[in-house]
Write a protein that binds this ligand. Structure first.
Ligand code: UDP
Length: 489
C-alpha cells in the first residue's frame, strides 16, 4: 500500500515537470464556493499549484479564507468581470446570496453564462493541466475542450443524491402513485429508499430545473470525471453505483471542511461571522454536553415570516437550549419574531442574525443536534461533528440527503416536510408543535436517541479517518493528482 501511495504521490512532484497546475472555478454562491476553496487548499497542501478564478467582488472573501491556510503561497486568485448590470441585476450582485428577489435567479444564471469569454481568455493565458469547475458552469466542458484541458465537474452533492436523481429521472416512479401521500420506492437505487411525489415531482416538473438538469448531465457526460465532497465509508453502495452503474470516473476526497484545522481557518470560511467568537463560545460553555440544538438552513433558504414564527414558537415550547441562525438583520424588521420572544428565551436561546461560524459551533461538545435543510455541506459538517439531525429539506437535492441521513446513516429525525419548493409558496405545513416534538425527540435520553448519538459519533470517527494519511479520501486525492500528473506526459 505504501509503495502504491508513494508512486501516486509522484504525480505532483515529478522533477522533470513544474508542479501540477489546477484551475478551480467555483459558482458564486457560498454553498458552492466554500467546499471548492477547501478543495483548492487541500490540493495546495499536496504541492499542487492552484489558481482560483472568480469575480472581483468574491475575490476578497476567498483571499481572506486562503490567507489563513499554511499553503497559501501555492494559491493564486484571478478575476473575471461579472456582467451584473448587463443582465439586469443590481451593480455588484455577484453572489447568489445577493440576488434581490426570486425572479432575479434566472438573470444570475444568465450572467454566469456570459463569463465564458473571460474564462477562455484565462485558459489561454494560464494553460492549467486540469480544470475543476462547478457543475452549474456546463459550458466549461466545451471551453476546456478547445484548449485540450481535461475538465472535472464539482457539484458539491452526495453520491447518494446523484444516484437517486438519476434513478428518478430514468424510471419516473412518481408516475405510478395515485396520490401525493402515497410513497414509492426509488427503483434500482440500493436500500429500498422511499419518497413521495411532491418531494420529487415538483423538482421534475420545474421547467427551469429540468432544463438545467439536462444540461448538467450532457456536459458531465462529456467531461473527464466528477469529484465528490464525500468519503467512501459514508456512502459505499452509492459511490460504487456512480462509478459502476452510472459509469462516471469519480473521486471522493472529503469531508473537505476537515482541511481547516485551526480555529482561524474555520472562522473565515465563507463570510465573516456576525457574532463574536467569545460570545457564542462563552454561551455554549455554560451548557451541558449534547444539550443544545443548532438551527440553520444554509446560505440560500429564505423562509417567510410565517415559517420563522412557527420555528420560534416550537423552539421555545421545547424548553431546550438552541442557537438559531436567521438570515436577517435588524434592518429587515423583526416581524418574524413572536412578541417578547427574545426576552422570554434569554439564557435558553441565542439568535445569530446573518452568518454563523457553523463548523466551529457544530464542533462544540454542547451541541446535541443540528436542525438543517440538508444542504450537502451542512449535512457533511454535521456528520464530521458527530451530531444527530433534525431534517427540514426545502429544495435542490435536499430531500434525497434527508433520506440518506434518516434511512442509511440512521442519525436523523425528519420534521416531516412534504413538498419540494425553491423560493416562493414554500411548504408551510410544519407547525410549532411538530417543531417542539421533534426537538424533544432528538435531544431525549431514551434508547432510540442514544442509538442515533452513538451512530453519529461512529460516522464522525470514520470521516476523520478518511482524510488522514492513507485514509480512503487521502488515497483518492493522491490518485487524482497522480492521474493528472501522468496525463501531462
Ligand atoms: N454556512 C456558514 N454559516 C452560516 C450559513 C452557512 O458557515 O450562517 C456555511 C455552512 O457551514 C456550509 C455552507 O455555508 O458550508 C452552506 O452550504 P450547504 O450545502 O449546507 O447549503 P446551501 O447554502 O448551499 O443551501
Amino acid at each position: 500500500l505504501k509503495f502504491l501511495r508513494n508512486k501516486r504521490k509522484m504525480g505532483a512532484e515529478t522533477t522533470k515537470h513544474s508542479p501540477l497546475h489546477i484551475l478551480f472555478f467555483p459558482f458564486m454562491g457560498h454553498g458552492h464556493m466554500i467546499p471548492m476553496i477547501d478543495m483548492a487548499k487541500l490540493f495546495a497542501s499536496k504541492g499542487v499549484k492552484i489558481t482560483i478564478l472568480t469575480t472581483p467582488l468574491n475575490a476578497p472573501v476567498i483571499l481572506k479564507t486562503i490567507e489563513k491556510s499554511k499553503t497559501h503561497s501555492n494559491i493564486n486568485i484571478q478575476t473575471i468581470k461579472f456582467p451584473s448590470v448587463e443582465v439586469g441585476l443590481p451593480d455588484g450582485c455577484e453572489n447568489f446570496d445577493l440576488i434581490p428577489s426570486p425572479e432575479s435567479v434566472p438573470l444570475f444564471f444568465k450572467g454566469t453564462e456570459l463569463l465564458q469569454e473571460g474564462f477562455e481568455q484565462q485558459l489561454s493565458l494560464l494553460h492549467p493541466n486540469c480544470v475543476v469547475s462547478d457543475g452549474f458552469f456546463t459550458w466549461t466542458t466545451d471551453s476546456t475542450a478547445k484548449f485540450n484541458i481535461p475538465r472535472i465537474v464539482f457539484y458539491g452533492v452526495s453520491f447518494f443524491s446523484t444516484c437517486a436523481t438519476e434513478c428518478v429521472r430514468l424510471y419516473k416512479p412518481y408516475e405510478n402513485v395515485s396520490s401525493d401521500s402515497e410513497s414509492f420506492v426509488i427503483p434500482s437505487l440500493p436500500g429500498e429508499i422511499k419518497m413521495t411525489r411532491t418531494q420529487v415531482a415538483d423538482y421534475i416538473k420545474d421547467v427551469d430545473w429540468l432544463e438545467r438538469l439536462t444540461k448538467f448531465r450532457e456536459s458531465e457526460e462529456k467531461s473527464y470525471g466528477v469529484v465528490f465532497n464525500s468519503f467512501y465509508e459514508l456512502e459505499k453502495d452509492y459511490a460504487d453505483y456512480v462509478r459502476k452503474v452510472i459509469g462516471r470516473r469519480a473521486w471522493h476526497i472529503g469531508p473537505l471542511s476537515l482541511c481547516n484545522i485551526d480555529k482561524e481557518q474555520k472562522k473565515y470560511r465563507g463570510k465573516e461571522a456576525s457574532i463574536d467568537e467569545h460570545e457564542w463560545q462563552k454561551w455554549l460553555d455554560t451548557k451541558e454536553p449534547n444539550s443544545v440544538v443548532y438551527v440553520s438552513f444554509g446560505s440560500v433558504v429564505n423562509f417567510p415570516d410565517s415559517i420563522l414564527k412557527e420555528i420560534a414558537l416550537g423552539l421555545e415550547a421545547s424548553g431546550q437550549s438552541f442557537i438559531w441562525v436567521v438570515r436577517k438583520s435588524k434592518k429587515d424588521g423583526e416581524e418574524w419574531l413572536p412578541e417578547g420572544f427574545e426576552k422570554r428565551i434569554e439564557g435558553k436561546g441565542l439568535i445569530i442574525r446573518g452568518w454563523a461560524p457553523q463548523v466551529s459551533i457544530l464542533e462544540h461538545e454542547a451541541i446535541g443536534a443540528f436542525m438543517t435543510h440538508c444542504g450537502w455541506n451542512s449535512t457533511l459538517e454535521g456528520v464530521t461533528a458527530g451530531v444527530p439531525f433534525i431534517t427540514w429539506p426545502v429544495f435542490a437535492e435536499q430531500f434525497y440527503n434527508q433520506r440518506l441521513v434518516v434511512d442509511v446513516l440512521k442519525t436523523g429525525v425528519p420534521v416531516g416536510v412534504k413538498r419540494w419548493c425553491p423560493f416562493v409558496n414554500m411548504d408551510d405545513s410544519i407547525k410549532w408543535d411538530t417543531v417542539e416534538k421533534t426537538v424533544r425527540k432528538i435531544l431525549a435520553k431514551d434508547e432510540e436517541a442514544e442509538e442515533r448519538r452513538k451512530k453519529a459519533k461512529e460516522w464522525s470517527k470514520l470521516s476523520r479517518k478518511a482524510v488522514e494519511e492513507g485514509g480512503s479520501s487521502d488515497l483518492d486525492l493522491d490518485a487524482f493528482i497522480a492521474e493528472f500528473g501522468s496525463l501531462r506526459g
